[in-house]
Design a protein around this ligand. Structure first.
Ligand SMILES: C[S@@+](CC[C@H](N)C(=O)[O-])C[C@H]1O[C@@H](n2cnc3c(N)ncnc32)[C@H](O)[C@@H]1O
Length: 253
């Protein structure tokens, strides 16, 4: 995904941040953030003083995250480079289903925003659980946010629609309009309409589809048990008007 669309569609979400901070406070650092994107959670934890390793398979997102981890934005047009105010961030480009960070071990591995439902089903999750367990310290925790159910809808012309996510950058206006959430036997398909308006007023429109694997907290706990984890409870992130809520499954190595 391009950096700008990632920022448009994920960047403004903040409902889960206090949960990740409280887990870092109780488990300690370094924290491994899996599917870190451009660093929404990584950078929040780093600003709170926790060392974080950010892992994502998309090199463009990881590059943007690395640049941002050395930059504190102040105001609209002012940038002050100030790395002293935050803990160091390490970035890794790797697939969550098969990563190997050598001897590095973490007391806390987190997977925010339903990323575990992007891994292509049970086989992908099994690979991820194996890798996560190998990189946890003894007794360390893996915390995974999932959406068991999503409200299904389809925007019909003339009917009220969810508000679009909008961002302006370098004179371009990016707008991402949720169009539908559908489900089938494998899970959910989220459809968005992405529109870009250039400074000259040229308009381009594209469709984006994201597939989320169907997954319940109980099902994930069962898979994790088979991978050697024990269940250590669940936490909830409440829904907001723009985003569905999630269940965070906590698993102990
Ligand atoms: C919904 S975004 C979440 C981004 C970020 N964690 C947040 O909460 O804002 C999902 C992220 O997972 C990454 N991702 C998807 N499949 C992956 C895989 N197999 N391995 C590593 N990263 C993956 C995507 O590149 C994307 O950055």
């Amino acid at each position: 995904m391009s950096v700008v669309w990632h920022d448009v569609e994920c960047g403004s979400y903040g409902e889960d941040l206090s949960l990740w901070r409280s887990l870092a406070a109780s488990h300690g650092d370094p924290v491994l953030d899996v599917g870190a994107g451009t660093g929404r959670v990584t950078l929040d934890l780093a600003r709170a003083g926790y060392r974080v390793t950010a892992l994502d398979r998309d090199p463009d997102l990881i590059r943007a995250l690395a640049e941002r981890s050395a930059t504190v934005r102040v105001g609209r047009n002012v940038q002050i480079v100030d790395v002293s105010s935050q803990a160091p961030v390490t970035t890794v480009v790797a697939d969550a289903r098969e990563f190997d960070l050598g001897e590095r071990r973490f007391p806390l591995v987190i997977v925010p925003m339903q990323t575990v439902q992007l891994l292509g089903g049970a086989q992908g999750r099994a690979g991820f659980l194996r890798c996560a367990r190998r990189h946890l310290t003894a007794g360390g925790a893996l915390a995974v946010a999932i959406a068991e159910v999503l409200d299904l809808y389809e925007v019909v012309d003339g009917q009220p629609a969810p508000l679009p996510d909008v961002r302006e950058e370098d004179g371009f206006v990016y707008s991402s309009q949720p169009i539908a959430v559908r489900c089938d036997h494998r899970g959910f398909v989220l459809e968005r309409r992405r529109e870009t308006v250039s400074p000259a007023g040229d308009r381009t429109v594209e469709q984006d589809l994201i597939r989320l694997d169907r997954l319940t907290a109980r099902g994930l706990e069962r898979e994790a048990k088979a991978a050697g984890f024990t269940s250590a409870g669940r936490r909830s992130v409440p829904p907001t008007p723009e985003y569905s809520g999630s269940e965070v499954v906590i698993l102990r190595a």
